[in-house]
Design a protein around this ligand. Sequence first.
Ligand code: C2O
Length: 540
Amino acid sequence: AKICEHEFVVEATPVKRLCKTHNRITVNGQYPGPTLEVNNGDTLVVKVTNKARYNVTIHWHGVRQMRTGWADGPEFVTQCPIRPGESYTYRFTIQGQEGTLWWHAHSSWLRATVYGALIIRPIQGHPYPFPKPHRETPILLGEWWDANPIDVVRQATRTGAAPNVSDAYTINGQPGDLYKCSTKGTSIVTIDSGETNLLRVVNAALNQPLFFTVANHKLTVVGADASYVRPFTTKVLMLGPGQTTDVLITGDQPASRYYMAARAYQSAQNAAFDNTTTTAILQYRKSSVMKPVMPSLPAYNDTNTVTAFSRSFFSPRKVEVPTQIDDNLFFTVGLGLNRCPPNFRKNRCQGPNGTRFTASINNVSFVLPNKISILQAHQLGIPGVFTTDFPAQPAVKFDYTGNVSRSLWQPIRGTKAYKLKYGSRVQIVIQDTSIVTPENHPIHLHGYDFYIVAQGFGNFDAKKDASKFNLVDPPLRNTVAVPVNGWAVIRFVADNPGAWLMHCHLDVHITWGLATILLVENGNGELQSIEPPPLDLPLC
Ligand code: C2O
């Protein structure tokens, strides 16, 4: 195993997209940011210097951070933000994860342009569990706004309304041929006849689950969220924001040019969304320059395709899923609309019928602290930063598919954590409340991978649905796309002490409070306890 050192300078950089140049926050002047390549077992040391005018932190999405929660990155959860002019060095070791993860800013909406791929190859000297590909290409799906994304979210929080949707989707930072002024930059992926290319697909978009396909080519899925899966072939992928999928593609078609394309999977009803299509070009080396073949993509609301795709995921072999459960949690996730008090400033209630949007888990809308991080407060015993009364179950269970009483549309606000003992075997049922709109929520847990043992539609029924649990070979993920109008059940062992954010990876939902903290206590002994905080941990 080796030590991989990198320097990230976060700074404003001119970026030209859709005919105009804008200043955007980038890492080392690159958008998307640098690709990090390591082997399983390596230690990463990344010094981040903030030369921008915003606070920033970097999160290593999906990295387990065993005992190194100080390097996880979400602002005010595991660290205070890195202020302009300051730096912080993230140090962590990749333990037992192989495939594709990514890194992104975890402050406000900076991750719109501050993100990049983290490629984890097998332990040095070990092969892939599939034939070695001839090439490997990261495919980062993203979202572009002509306006500064920080202004877009500020506007939304000031008015209580839904934020503006993006102006383009991107592949490796480029909108592609179908958008104005974008042909020149279109990203080109090469392949040779008979070759295979390992595409490492990441959904880095802020607010949109995306379909991805390649014209005339089959995709063989071999991994997701840095775990291998039992290989299966498909025409189309769906990734919720935060998710990654590794696919093999073979150059078995006539030497030519083919579009790779991505566009929205939109499960929310009556909500505005960006209905454009981003493309890149798959180009055979010997092909002449001709118009690429366009693939067909599922309709934006094609939930059947999403269900079939998500049901194709299995671990490659039998795995050890906890069967006895110590903490049995039921988390309802969804939106809400806060009524505005009569004397409230009118311009702050521009949501539907003079309300403000909100979102919650178990009817608690999460509020970040702003003076110190939750992990620091926990480790140093500083009171008054958060409470540990996050409910294991919603106060009232109701029919999540029916007409929900308006009294349930207005969550309370709070900085509440749910405490787990070291080693606890945890099950969480995640249920879409469908309040305001049913929606597919990509729920991400920091510090852990979890088994998705079941998912389904309607109301979760503990008796009936237990028979559907796959406790033999379920997939291991860090982000689950919870079915629209449905539920998912995840299981894991709380073997990593720390303060771990669990949230919807649609940034607009985390902005509205769809988040909570799982606080995993130290166990007995050094190997069961979090390491001491780094000396350069930022101050608030
Ligand atoms: Cu990829 Cu809390 O984030």
